[in-house]
Design a protein around this ligand. Structure first.
Ligand code: DLL
Length: 431
């Protein structure tokens, strides 16, 4: 088994707890002294940094939420002076002001190491030709992967996202072996490869590091097959750092958390109560060695659970299961909670269906309506009313079993649902 930093990745639980506690105490003191908002939050409840003496004491600290970053836009939560901030990134939020984060030289150094760990645990190495098809810019994805891959010594092809035909040409001509993209863009690329008449053996791809949005196991199977790769999933968020927070190893059984840099908690999103490992709730993350913008107990809104079992790869850090959805993208349809990922796992892989879908939610009177628009993989079916109806009924039934509610199914012509080069927008809520 290959490791990038074995001493940390395979550290014993006791040692890791001790490291986390030491770093937690230091970051709490540093944050209290340097970020007025945290000082105010602590003072308001009479909490002193010296009250944090055990890992459990973390629970005494109030949560940080996205609005705290927005309210202190742009640099109000930075703990380091601007002179020491060498890069800024911002969240991909489409509404209102973005949330802005800053990195010191040391932060970038740690970040590159974490990404190099991700790459090695996914089976990548300095022999890879790595094409980065995340958008370069304020988004953390591209630059994050870039410097980690560079640290490892891989050959980087920084194509950025978009320009898909050229992207594919370079992939072939340069013999790209590793590529980095969102799952939606990877799907789009694979579709375009087919359209351009390529076969997967025309490429040297062997590893796809996917991330920045979720994908179901069904979608992963489609991508691995179409591209001829092993596809690993990677998680992160700008407010906490970007990619590198957690990612899968070659065994693909949960995303290893960089526990030397982040303390994870899973909470009940309604009560804020901390839940034991294995229970599903909202992921809350504390950064324990970030200088630019440390965050204490950041509520991610992402829903998952923690796995504390040995991994076949030998890494000892806890793992985070696939994100099931976000507290703010869970749809409540006629009182039933629905995550788009549940619908994706039903649709992807069905006969006659292409893996592209959109969920349209409306209100008729007082009643919520869910329409599932899903593409056919072959236009010929559009000529047969009986066949169309049979496919619709089949999907409706399968969704009914999984979701416990009846959705309207609309079969769409091939290629009619918009493709994306970044994160897909699966839900259009018109209520
Ligand atoms: O998406 C950071 C990143 C870039 C991670 C590249 C991995 C690879 P943001 O744009 O701030 O940062 O979006 C963060 O995206 O709170 C999740 O809701 C979602 N997300 C990220 N990775 C996953 C994943 C980057 N593997 C938000 N599964 C997070 C599900 C994910 N959701």
């Amino acid at each position: 088994m290959q490791y990038y930093q074995k001493d940390i990745e395979c550290m014993s639980r006791n040692k890791m707890n001790a490291l986390q506690l030491e770093r937690l105490k230091a970051i709490v003191a540093y944050t209290y002294e340097n970020v007025p908002m945290y000082k105010q939050k602590f003072d308001a409840i009479g909490l002193k940094p010296s009250d944090i003496q055990t890992l459990n004491d973390l629970q005494k600290i109030p949560f940080t939420v996205k609005d705290d970053l927005r309210d202190n836009y742009p640099f109000g939560l930075f703990a380091a002076p601007m002179k020491k901030i060498v890069r800024v990134h911002a969240s991909s939020g489409t509404t209102g002001k973005p949330t802005v984060v800053g990195y010191t030289k040391n932060d970038l150094d740690v970040w590159a190491d974490l990404i190099a760990r991700l790459v090695v645990q996914a089976g990548g190495s300095d022999e890879d030709i790595a094409q980065i098809a995340f958008g370069y810019g304020l988004f953390t994805g591209a630059f994050g992967l870039h410097y980690g891959l560079e640290r490892l010594g891989a050959t980087i092809v920084p194509t950025s996202s978009g320009n898909t035909e050229k992207q594919i040409m370079l992939m072939k001509d340069f013999g790209t072996t590793l590529f980095v993209a969102t799952p939606s863009y990877a799907l789009h690329i694979s579709e375009m490869m087919e359209e351009l008449g390529y076969k997967r053996d025309d490429f040297k791809l062997r590893l796809a590091m996917l991330g920045s949005e979720g994908h179901t196991e069904e979608m992963r199977a489609v991508l691995e097959d179409k591209l001829g790769v092993l596809a690993t999933e990677n998680y992160g968020l700008s407010e906490v750092m970007g990619p590198g927070v957690a990612g899968e190893c070659i065994h693909k059984c949960g995303q290893h958390i960089a526990e030397d840099c982040f303390i994870y908690e899973i909470i009940d999103p309604k009560t804020g109560e901390v839940l034991p490992d294995g229970e599903v709730g909202e992921v809350v993350i504390t950064t324990i060695n970030k200088e630019g913008i440390p965050v204490l107990r950041y509520r991610t809104k992402d829903i998952s659970y923690l796995i504390d079992e040995e991994c076949k790869c030998g890494r000892t850090n806890r793992r985070m299961a696939k994100i099931q959805g976000r507290t703010d993208d869970m749809l409540i349809i006629r009182g039933v909670n629905v995550f788009p990922s549940q619908i994706e796992s039903v649709l992807v892989g069905l006969e006659h269906i292409a893996p592209y879908y959109q969920l349209i939610v409306t209100k008729k009177g007082y009643t919520d309506q869910l329409e599932v628009q899903v593409e056919l993989d072959n236009a010929e079916l559009l000529d047969s009313f009986a066949q169309l109806e049979a496919v619709e009924k089949h999907i409706q039934h399968k969704l009914q079993v999984v979701l416990g509610l009846t959705a309207k199914i609309k079969l769409m012509a091939p290629k009619s649902i918009p493709r994306t080069t970044g994160k897909a927008k699966h839900v259009i809520d018109l209520r």
